[in-house]
Design a protein around this ligand. Sequence first.
Ligand code: AMP
Length: 220
Amino acid sequence: MRVVFLGPPGAGKGTHAKILAESYKLAHLAAGDCLRRHIKGATPLGIKAKDIIEKGSLVPDQLVNEMMEEEMWRSRSMYRGYILDGYPRTIKQAEALDRYLSKEKLVLNGAVNFQATEKMILERLGGRLACTQCGANYHTKNILPKKAGICDKCGGELKQRKDDTPETIKHRLDVYHKETAPLIDYYSKKKLLFDVDGDLGVPDLQPKLTALFDSFKEAK
Ligand code: AMP
């Protein structure tokens, strides 16, 4: 099963992708997480991507396409599919993904479009804290760690992401509307689009996503 998660930052893509990937034994391939790993490892890609990500702009298509193709290819030995979280983010990336999948004789089951209000996005991103070691997400009001400032999973330090400041969030939303929102039409024309309400909390949205994933599983 291969599914794309579309939507603005803070719409819940990553949170739901983690849960579904685990229950359907899929790889969770999150473009932002992969890029942050490259930055942490100071790879040539990470060095190029660092300033771009901190500003909230998009890393050039070709670099992201190469990185994600490698991730998809590598996941083959351990998983029978993947959730692409935050990839593609431009029409050019979507076209590259189509070419990659057809070269590999694979199909996309669907593109899940997380719709979220700006109020909810600002609330979620404004209070988000991320682990500087493993990347796990917390929230100053809704998802508190057991010990303040410390990740429950790995003991790493929790900090606000540099791209979660009000100014950068605004820029990321502008980038989303300009570059990524056109993908809604792209996948709708291919009859692959499934809208979900990203404002809903995990307990309300997960059952709907599970039903959708079950229908994908039956199809392929
Ligand atoms: P995210 O973790 O999904 O919020 O992504 C964080 C940042 O990584 C984005 O604001 C972009 O700078 C970069 N990024 C993530 N995915 C992509 C992508 N598909 N294409 C280009 N840049 C990306």
